[in-house]
Design a protein around this ligand. Structure first.
Ligand code: NI
Length: 132
């Protein structure tokens, strides 16, 4: 398959994380590590069909940034039928930890999680699911 190059912009902090991931797992270079991460991500998605699942979306974000509280709230209202509960913890002056318990078709839960995790300002986001 032909190889194409593209530019990636990363915070210095994230780049350091990538480099330490490359070192720890002995990837020959950053490209291989990124390829592995993308493949892993895609595999995790493959089983996500219309199975009924329950799980949690965990978000860590800086509430000062990019209207994130408002945006996250709006998304959650649009998907209220999938959300069982949500818990918001003020970790410190800047950071919030939000845990959103969800239940519904895996496909829909994945879309909701992707929208939240992709919000500008989210430092860490993860969806955990189990068959319900
Ligand atoms: Ni908070």
């Amino acid at each position: 398959m032909p190889v194409r190059r593209f530019g990636v912009s990363l915070d210095e902090e994230v780049l350091e994380m990538l480099d330490s991931y490359v070192d720890t797992n002995e990837f020959p270079n950053r490209s291989q590590a990124i390829r592995h991460l993308i493949e892993q991500h895609t595999v995790e998605k493959k089983w996500m069909c219309n199975n009924e699942v329950a799980g949690a979306i965990v978000l860590v974000y800086d509430h000062h940034k990019f209207d994130i509280t408002k945006n996250a709230n709006e998304i959650q209202h649009n998907y209220h039928h999938l959300i069982l509960s949500s818990q918001h913890i003020h970790l410190n002056h800047d950071l919030c930890l939000e845990t959103i318990a969800v239940k519904g078709p895996a496909h829909d839960i994945t879309i909701l999680a992707d929208k939240l995790i992709a919000l500008k300002g989210v430092k860490h986001g993860k969806l955990v699911m189990s068959r319900a």
